[in-house]
Design a protein around this ligand. Structure first.
Ligand code: BGC
Length: 755
């Protein structure tokens, strides 16, 4: 076990300063003031510098010049934070370099992308969001924090709260989906899970709201591409989740790679200073995204990296991640009179370090004993399985084919993902061990008695999605012998489970795609099996909505399992055999085809929304306007009946609540959970409003045949919105309220607000 052995005397003296009561200042402020008063300009700039780890911190000192320079920088207090150093021992060694060698012994803060787990993987965030359950989101990030903190980490670059409407963009797997309200609720829960109630505890870590802002609106879904949205979309769609977490104590923010209205986000004073720090009164710090300061020059918005550093710091970007722009240039810029020295302000950074208790004990997270006990623990794996079951979405279930009986005589398990132990771990998998997930085949075998015959065939290889479209056109097709073997396997089985989808690295950062159909020979395989006229259950594993119209039409059942994490196979089997009744609902619309992207439920009406019978209305001539599966959609093994919804009255003043009530009945013989969704629409506003906007939801558990009265309370704020200038407006008048099982199947009630 690593013990606290080395705390610089200076650090101890500084810490004791915070116990002297001085006026009304908090201990934290006293401490930070005292420390700031001792810091030189260079030391302050050092705190704003973040390096990635280039060498094994526990190994011998690096030999190459650039790593040696970094080592010197750490020892001289020129590095405030590192990313990608992890492990109790490695973080201990790294921390020692800073604390024991630098003049003031200020500890570094260690960060890592712990997105959906550190060693044990929970489902990818997009999947977890489909649980529509803040407790599930909190559980996922709590488990991540426990593992990450035990591996010496203080800070995660999560949650990502970019509202994503375009399935082509690979990073939709990392967010909550297309709705700003749901993203707000779930992001707050995720932050609470990471940060817990008390940040000084050794098993809580600082969270980071990213990417500020509008990164998901990359044109045509192409990674890092230009964003050109208006301020109306910015205020109403992009910013709400960020505001919600800023109001709920998220420790840090990360800016974004993209430009918006010609301004790189990292150099944007409006977003970072005016809005976040001033208007929202946010007191955490902002880290730039990887290299995003130097990319200001590449965007064509700075003359040089030095100029980019000047723009970024003026805009409010506090910490430089791997641009190497602040360390070499900030002092020069001050000396040349281009920067006010007061802008080199590291109070925010020091405060977060204080909150984490790093000044008290810089090594408290680096505890090998705890690390050994916590990583990949039973608690983590059980949690991951629970989260996975809640994340799955039943898209189709003809004639109640599911749940399957465990006593079935024979089940064929077919498909390139059936035995895959790697893809279920998803992208952004931190320190998960490759091939460590429970595969679907293993999960099914674990669930059934030995008398049930399980027949497996791969059917085809999993294309990685890296082939470009020209290769795809020249693709010779499936390996016929694999298909023949799969047909034989299917022929001798009573029921067929097919595992289809994406390779795990088809989604994630840098993984945008122009074609979101099943890749490679998967459709050829599916069509060959379908010809047998047997019952087919398709289990999808993927990191984004897919275009699967043929499967939607012809499969008997479809379970969207996503990349479900370390316990994927077991959790899928829990659902397939009815040990868990699925309750997840989609948080991103599934298009019929990629040409519909971006497709989202909260779109505008347009001036020509109705089918006029001629060609001159807003539509495609070769596909519907509506998605294949809408936002909020998902089935259960039981069925729920929505009774007539009523409001307590029809006309309301601004200060009154609208109370909405409806009976919900479980008509089936199985207990189940239903996510009841409430949307609103302002049909005549100063600025045109979307056709629907989610404003409330509840997950209701009902026993077989049980009926419950479900109630919601909406206040006038729920009916308001932001003008393009960012002013919050509430406009009396007529509103529609919609309530139902998804964004499409709803009943409508009209209410009036009067002045
Ligand atoms: C990503 C961030 C991530 C960072 C550090 C960047 O490329 O955009 O989300 O936190 O790398 O790994």
């Amino acid at each position: 076990m690593i013990k606290l052995e080395h705390i610089l005397a200076g650090c101890l003296i500084l810490f004791s300063a915070c116990t002297n009561n001085e006026g009304m200042k908090s201990k934290e402020d006293q401490f930070v003031d005292e420390l700031l008063s001792k810091m030189t300009l260079e030391e302050k700039i050092g705190q704003m510098n973040q390096y990635t780890s280039h060498w094994e911190m526990t190994g011998p000192a690096p030999k190459n010049a650039s790593s040696q320079k970094r080592l010197e920088d750490i020892k001289s207090g020129r590095v405030g934070s590192m990313l990608n150093v992890f492990g109790a021992q490695a973080t201990y060694e790294a921390q020692k370099l800073a604390v024991e060698n630098s003049r003031l012994g200020i500890p570094m803060i260690f960060a890592y992308d712990v997105i959906h787990g550190f060693k044990t993987m929970a489902p990818i965030p997009l999947a977890e969001a489909c649980a529509w359950d803040p407790e599930i989101s909190k559980l996922s990030s709590r488990l991540s924090a426990k593992e990450a903190s035990a591996a010496g980490l203080h800070w995660t670059f999560a949650p990502m709260m970019d509202v994503g409407r375009d399935a082509r963009w690979g990073r939709v797997m990392e967010g909550c989906g297309e709705d700003p309200y749901l993203a707000s609720v779930l992001s707050v829960a995720r932050v609470q899970g990471f940060q817990g109630e008390d940040l000084t505890k050794e098993n809580t870590i600082a969270a980071c709201a990213k990417h500020f802002a509008a990164y998901a609106f990359a044109e045509a879904g192409r990674e890092y591409n230009t964003v050109d949205i208006g301020t109306y979309t910015l205020h109403n769609i992009v910013l709400p989740p960020f505001k919600a977490v800023a109001n709920n104590n998220v420790c840090t923010f990360m800016n974004a790679f993209n430009i918006m209205n010609g301004k790189p986000a990292t150099a944007d004073p409006y977003l970072q200073r005016n809005l976040l720090k001033d208007e929202w009164n946010y007191d955490g710090y902002i880290v730039s995204d990887w290299g995003s300061i130097k990319e200001i020059e590449l965007h064509g918005a700075a003359e040089s990296v030095k100029h980019a550093a000047e723009l970024a710091i003026k805009a409010g970007s506090d910490m430089d991640m791997e641009s190497n722009a602040y360390l070499p240039y900030l002092k020069e810029l001050v000396e040349e009179g281009k920067l006010e020295e007061s802008l080199i302000d590291v109070r925010r950074i020091l405060k977060v370090k204080y909150k984490l208790g790093l000044f008290e004990d810089p090594y408290k997270y680096s505890n090998t004993e705890r690390e050994n006990q916590t990583l990949y623990s039973k608690e983590s794996r059980e949690g991951a399985r629970k989260i996975a079951r809640h994340s799955m979405v039943l898209l189709k279930n003809n004639e109640q084919l599911l749940p399957l009986s465990k006593q079935a005589r024979s089940i064929a398990v077919i498909g390139p993902l059936a035995t895959d132990k790697n893809s279920p771990l998803g992208s952004w998998r931190a320190q998960a061990v490759k091939n460590s997930a429970v595969s679907l085949l293993e999960g099914i075998k674990n669930a059934v008695p030995t008398t049930t015959k399980i027949n497996y065939a791969k059917g085809c290889d999993l294309a990685t999605g890296d082939r470009n479209f020209l290769d795809e056109l020249n693709f010779a097709g499936a390996d016929k012998s694999l298909i023949t073997a799969a047909i034989n396997t299917a022929t001798k089985s009573d029921v067929i489970v097919m595992a289809l989808g994406e390779d795990c690295f088809q989604s994630g950062e840098g993984r945008s795609q122009t074609d979101i159909r099943l890749k490679g020979a998967q459709m050829e395989l599916y069509n060959a099996i379908r010809k047998l006229n047997k019952k087919i259950i398709v289990v999808l594993m993927n990191g984004r909505p897919l275009a699967i119209p043929e499967i939607a039409e012809s499969a008997d059942a479809i379970l969207e399992a996503w990349f479900a994490g370390s316990e994927a196979g077991n959790a899928i089997a829990d659902v397939l055999f009815g040990d868990f009744n699925p309750s997840g609902k989609l948080t991103m619309s599934f298009p019929w085809n990629v040409g519909q992207c971006p497709i989202y439920y909260n779109h505008m009406n347009t001036g020509r929304p109705e089918n006029t019978g001629n060609v001159f209305w807003s539509h495609y001539t070769d596909a519907p306007n509506t998605p294949l599966y809408p936002f909020g959609y998902g089935l259960s093994y039981t069925n729920f009946k929505y009774g007539t919804a009523k409001t307590n009255k029809e006309t309301f003043t601004k200060n009154e609540f609208v109370k909405l009530e409806l009976p919900l009945s479980n008509m089936g013989d199985m207990a189940g959970e239903e996510i009841v969704q409430v949307y609103i629409q302002d049909p005549a506003a100063t600025y045109a409003r979307p056709v629907k906007e989610l404003k409330a939801f509840k997950k209701i558990k009902l026993a077989a045949k049980e009926e419950q009265k479900i109630s919601f309370k909406l206040n006038s704020k729920d009916f308001g919105y932001y003008s393009p200038e960012g002013e919050f407006l509430f406009e009396p008048g007529l509103y529609h309220i919609y309530v139902g099982a998804n964004s499409r199947d709803v009943q409508k009630i009209a209410v009036n607000f009067i002045d």
